[in-house]
Ligand binder design. Structure first.
Ligand code: NAD
Length: 244
């Protein structure tokens, strides 16, 4: 699972899964650009690794272009893109979701992937291929009531990723999806599931939460040449949630 010689860009890299993935990519030998809304937290992620932090709102096309440019200017190209930034939705019935909430959840969790995909393909093409990863969610397969916008967005990124996997296969740009189950990050609390983190983990078949490191290992595999024949795949890293 070496990423030696590769340049990787990770969004939402200031926390949780994105931070763990940026660090795992660097440990595997990649040069990393860590993008987040919160520059200070992206910079913390880069402490002690070969990485450059960048402030970017993934919903802003200008910021998206700038984070890609940072990778090309700092490290000479782009081979791996992990579209990971996301926001939760507060649990409520469909009738109570405002148009603004719907638009925001869809913008960060779905439209941002469309914007980033348009921006990362040209530099990957110049390298003769690449690997694009998207953090969706097991909730796209195992819905819960009260999270309609989030579930719609995560189902949408999965569809977009599979469509792109086919479109970009002739150019050796692979596109894969990771579905985390409940993971030990600040976002888990934000969903307001009403239980302590470890109690949520105990209800999963493996009896444990997913750790950010678990996702980072899966991402490193999919980013690496070890997965050279893998595209259009949806990999659940969910402690067995899909089985329940
Ligand atoms: N934690 C879970 O249980 C879980 C489960 C399934 C899927 N996910 C998904 O995993 C991904 C990572 O989530 P996490 O759990 O690490 O959450 P987190 O809240 O720890 O980290 C999310 C990061 O994204 C950044 N971010 C938010 N909006 C942004 C924007 N507009 N532009 C740039 N950065 C932005 C935040 O600043 C934060 O650093 C998300 O896509 C989330 O939907 C999480």
């Amino acid at each position: 699972m070496s990423l030696e010689g590769k340049v990787a860009l990770v969004t939402g890299a200031g926390s949780g899964i994105g931070r763990a993935t940026a660090r795992a990519f660097a440990s595997a030998g990649a040069k990393v650009v860590a993008a987040d809304l919160d520059l200070a937290r992206a910079a913390e992620t880069c402490d002690g690794i070969e990485a450059t932090p960048v402030a970017a709102d993934v919903c802003d096309p200008g910021d998206v272009a700038r984070m890609v440019r940072t990778a090309v200017e700092a490290y000479g190209g782009l081979d791996v893109f992990h579209n990971n930034a996301g926001i939760p939705e507060s649990v409520k019935p469909l009738a109570e979701i405002t148009r603004d909430e719907w638009d925001r959840v869809l913008a960060v969790n779905l439209t941002a992937f469309f914007l980033a995909a348009q921006a990362v393909v040209p530099p990957m093409r110049e390298r003769g291929g690449g690997s694009i990863l998207v953090t969706a969610s097991i909730i796209a397969r195992r819905p819960r009531p009260g999270l309609s916008a989030y579930i719609a967005a995560k189902t949408g990124v999965t569809g977009l990723a599979r469509a792109l996997a086919l479109e970009l296969a002739p150019e050796r740009i692979r596109v894969n999806v990771i579905n985390p189950g409940p993971s030990r990050t600040p976002m888990l609390r934000a969903f307001g599931l009403g239980a302590e983190d470890d109690a949520i983990g105990e209800r999963l078949p493996l009896g444990r939460l997913v750790e950010p490191h678990d996702i980072a290992q899966a991402a490193t595999y999919l980013a690496s040449d070890a997965a050279a024949a893998v595209t259009g795949t949806v990999l659940n890293v969910d402690a067995g949630r899909d089985l329940t």
